[in-house]
Design a protein around this ligand. Structure first.
Ligand code: SF4
Ligand code: F3S
Ligand code: ZN
Length: 103
């Protein structure tokens, strides 16, 4: 599961689609965590898609991640500022790849 204390335990190494990326990143095998308020551990996400289907405000967008061992698409929190903290995505992700502040 995603580390809920990633902000203490990792470092910001990049920006992507307007959000922070938390390392370590070593593409294509290691992609880190994308987002801060809505954070997705790209190394855990296996492209289930429930978060994209269920988010009422369309926070997530698919991004291509060719060569990653878990899946070659990831749910990117492209619109994390729109999040209304409903926690649906946290509840539906089968591999606990998502952390939303307040959860
Ligand atoms: Fe969307 Fe709710 Fe998850 Fe926020 S907590 S990203 S609003 S599903
Ligand atoms: Fe990935 Fe979990 Fe969403 S596996 S696509 S973060 S439901
Ligand atoms: Zn991203």
């Amino acid at each position: 599961a995603i580390d809920p204390n990633f902000e203490q335990n990792r470092e910001k190494v990049d920006q992507h689609n307007g959000h922070d990326v938390w390392g370590p990143v070593d593409e294509p095998e290691s992609l880190g965590i994308h987002g801060t308020h809505v954070a997705v551990d790209f190394d855990i996400c296996l492209a289930d898609g429930a978060c994209l289907e269920d988010c009422p405000v369309d926070v997530f967008e698919w991004v291509e991640t060719p060569g990653h061992p878990e899946s070659e698409m990831k749910a990117d929190p492209a619109n994390e500022s729109q999040c209304i903290d409903c926690m649906l995505c946290v509840d539906v992700c089968p591999v606990d790849a998502i952390d939303v502040d307040g959860s």
